[in-house]
Design a protein around this ligand. Structure first.
Ligand SMILES: *[C@@H]1O[C@H](CO)[C@@H](O)[C@H](O)[C@H]1NC(C)=O
Ligand SMILES: *[C@@H]1O[C@H](CO)[C@@H](O)[C@H](O)[C@H]1NC(C)=O
Ligand SMILES: *[C@@H]1O[C@H](CO)[C@@H](O)[C@H](O)[C@H]1NC(C)=O
Length: 396
């Protein structure tokens, strides 16, 4: 293994972070919903279960969210994805929970999940059907469906993009935003427009998060490509609205523990929603250890809310970093390689103060590096693994 050399103080460069936030004013119609001050955390049924869901799975997941301790470290939304409803609306045109799989109805499920101290999310589509085509979409029924969700006590809506017949997302998505605002109680609005029309540029006005990519899959290429696609929109994320490179695959079985650790670390640094996508009722201790790393979660939930970015790259060896509150910096050294290349971030070239001294906390080893650092941090990183640190300026 070669060394990844990173010249840390680079990260304190003031002008550098100006590019990420730019003082860009965000005028949200939805700001009154008060949600998404930090990226949403929870679980969603799709990545593991697809259409094979029922109310027992949802209840059992809520139970497991509490019993595993995941709720204690911040996971709160239990989100039902596609396939929860009947194909046809009722005589009044209302959406109806599928009797065969959700016989107790959505109101009872909301009450159950709320009784656990958690929140319930639901799914619809800005088209004529949802993606499974087993239930109607909400296009043309935005006000009515938003009121239905509110009447059930729903806390969160994921709004998909299938069967839209080519109508403009910038017309379809604001309609549901307005409808949710009018529905009478705050509902988190998660736009799932797949990044088609650069939703980062118009989503912040109407939504709490917006997908920047197509659907994720449980493999390395999918993770790395989604990270890169999401990275280009970093400047548009901030408290109240977040870029969404899709839900987590951690624990679904097709990647190694090391790869899942990379996936989780980069998602946390990118201020991505942390929505668990495995079956947490049967999650292994390795999976729970990744998902429960509160030092990494704290980076994601930091109140400053600036999305970390890829700041340097040499071949497949990359440095990702972003500022945190209290003048701290989060850094990830990411080895995406199977080759022997080494990474060098030249600090002179990025104009760093040569005298800055930092303390580095390793967020996966849960320990401080033995001595303060000046000028650079050097570490080995295994293939497809990360090292993740928080750097704090030493007082001396
Ligand atoms: C990255 O991983 C590859 C494959 O294990 C290894 O050959 C290489 O030395 C690693 N690079 C660094 C900088 O640690
Ligand atoms: C959407 O397009 C399909 C295929 O052209 C058509 O059959 C359907 O009627 C359209 N739906 C609406 C609501 O316009
Ligand atoms: C599992 O990983 C392999 C190797 O990366 C990949 O070819 C395959 O498509 C993955 N399966 C899924 C379901 O993503």
């Amino acid at each position: 293994m070669k060394m990844v050399s990173v010249f840390l103080v680079a990260l304190f460069l003031i002008g550098f972070w100006d590019q990420t936030n730019g003082g860009r004013p965000i005028h949200r119609h939805l700001s009154s919903n008060g949600l998404g001050k930090t990226p949403q955390m929870g679980w969603n049924s799709w990545n593991h279960f697809g259409c094979n869901i029922d109310e027992n799975i949802i209840r059992g997941t809520a139970d497991a969210m509490v019993s595993t301790g995941l709720s204690k470290v911040g996971y709160e939304y239990v989100n039902i994805d596609d396939c929860w409803g009947e194909l046809n609306r009722d005589a009044q045109g209302n959406l109806v929970a599928k009797a065969s799989t959700f016989p107790s109805g959505m109101k009872a499920l909301v009450d159950y999940v709320h009784s656990k101290g958690l929140k319930l999310g639901i799914y619809s589509d800005a088209g004529y059907y949802t993606c499974s085509k087993t239930m109607p979409g909400s296009l043309g029924y935005e006000e009515q469906d938003a009121k239905t969700f509110a009447s059930w006590g729903i806390d969160y809506l994921k709004y998909d993009n299938c069967f839209n017949n080519g109508t403009n997302p910038q017309e379809r998505y604001p309609k549901m935003s307005e409808a949710l605002s009018n529905a009478g109680c705050p509902i988190f609005y998660s736009m799932c427009e797949w990044g088609d029309q650069n939703p980062a540029t118009w989503g912040p006005k109407i939504a709490n998060s917006w997908r920047t990519t197509g659907d994720i899959q449980d493999n390395w290429d999918s993770i790395t490509s989604r990270a890169d696609q999401n990275d280009q929109w970093a400047a548009y994320a901030g408290p109240g609205g977040w870029n969404d490179p899709d839900m987590l695959e951690v624990g679904n079985g097709n990647m190694s523990t090391v790869e899942y650790r990379s996936h989780f670390s980069i998602w946390a640094l990118m201020k991505a929603p942390l929505l668990i996508g495995c079956d947490i009722r049967s999650a292994t201790s390795e999976t729970l250890e990744i998902l429960s790393n509160s030092e990494v979660i704290n980076v994601n939930q930091d109140p400053l809310g600036v999305q970390g970015k890829k700041v340097s790259q040499q071949g497949d060896l990359e440095v990702w970093a972003g500022p945190l509150s209290n003048n701290r910096v989060a850094v990830i050294l990411w080895n995406r390689s199977t080759s022997q290349d080494a990474i060098t971030a030249n600090w002179g070239a990025i104009g760093l103060p040569s005298d800055a001294i930092v303390q580095a906390r390793d967020l996966w080893a849960h320990s401080y590096l033995p001595s303060d650092l000046q000028g650079s941090l050097t570490s080995t990183v295994d293939s497809h693994d990360v090292k993740m640190y928080i750097l704090t300026l030493s007082s001396g």
